[in-house]
Design a protein around this ligand. Sequence first.
Ligand SMILES: Cc1ncc(COP(=O)(O)O)c(C=O)c1O
Length: 413
Amino acid sequence: MRLAERLRHIHSFRVMDIVDAAQRLEAEGHRVIHMEVGEPREPSDPFIRDAGAAALARGETAYTPALGLPALRRAIAAYYGTYHNVDLDPERVVVTAGATGALMLLSALLLDPEDEVLLGDPAYPCNRYFPLLFGAKASLMSLSAEAGFALTARDVAKAWGPRTRGVVLASPANPTGAVSSRAALQGLSDAAASRGGWALFDEIYQGLTYPSELDDQPALPAHGDLAPDRVGTILSLQGGADHEFLVNSFSKYFGMTGWRVGWLVAPRAAIPAIEKLAQNAYIAPSTVGQHGALAALAPEVMPRHEARRLAYFRARNRLVTGLRALGFSVPVVPGGAFYVYATLPPEQPDSESFCRALLERAAVAATPGTDFGVQGAARSVRFSYTAPLADLEEALARLEAFLAGRPVATRGA
Ligand SMILES: Cc1ncc(COP(=O)(O)O)c(C=O)c1O
């Protein structure tokens, strides 16, 4: 069968080899500690699951409007009002099939064949492939650990070419957990605007932000309550300018990866075109998923989302401290998401060999940097910290033994 040429440029995640090997080890009776996964570990909150089940019981099984349930679009807009003091017109909110659906729609909306999109390296791997689906391509800008993996207006100015149409930035970022400052976001947006381009902000880890101190004691600031040099959302800057697009999702902060519901916020003028694309691309997002998502925004569930954030904050502190003590370098404390992107100790082999050996000998699964780009990738590993603290302690103990060349007990441990 002749497959499209683009398939030759799209790779599956390297971490899938790790996932397969981990499953084999588990089948053989080893207890694997999973730090490779990019999702909350517990099932969605019972209130959300009940809402999904109730929607099914009521027979809510038909298509919704392509732009999403009006009540959910209003609830998302209200969320920005309550937590970020942003007055957002619900007509600018489009419910999508995960942030993935949003990224696909926006690529279809904004890119012609041969166009180019600027992305940081390292970054979420799929963002490189959405442009490819539409005949366009991603151009990578190297981010350095020493500079806190920050993407600046200067990087954008340097990389902008004749076919560049826009720039994509995730903050907090995957895999680095880097949170861009208010000034950096504004600079990036202005750099795109002054070149007649657009800026797409991936805010899928929005809400999952933490203070920079590795200290559990001070109370975690309230959701949306950030340091003065930070913003919780790009919408706080100028309410979303005409060249700015935002994507977000119920997957991470709200703990609903499998429900496949996300959203985008676009300039009002772009909504009819997005509606036409959504109708033709997938008709509508999952109906039951949207009912679950509506429940996820209810005031009674927010404290439980916050309790998860507090657990991640503590896990981050423990993991960064533990990894540094073991000789990993974590130059900047990750301010958000649920990942630590650490540089391997110098005596260790490349990241893919390291992750394979760590799994085989210590049953700890982590993701090699090569899944996220090329810059520093062979020396970097992404550790996700959504596992319970006791598992992270066990992982650190296993890592210590592994690095020291001691045997690690993993069978049913
Ligand atoms: C930066 C980033 N954007 C988008 C996504 C896609 O998320 P979803 O489609 O589950 O909303 C992910 C998932 O890991 C991500 O890390």
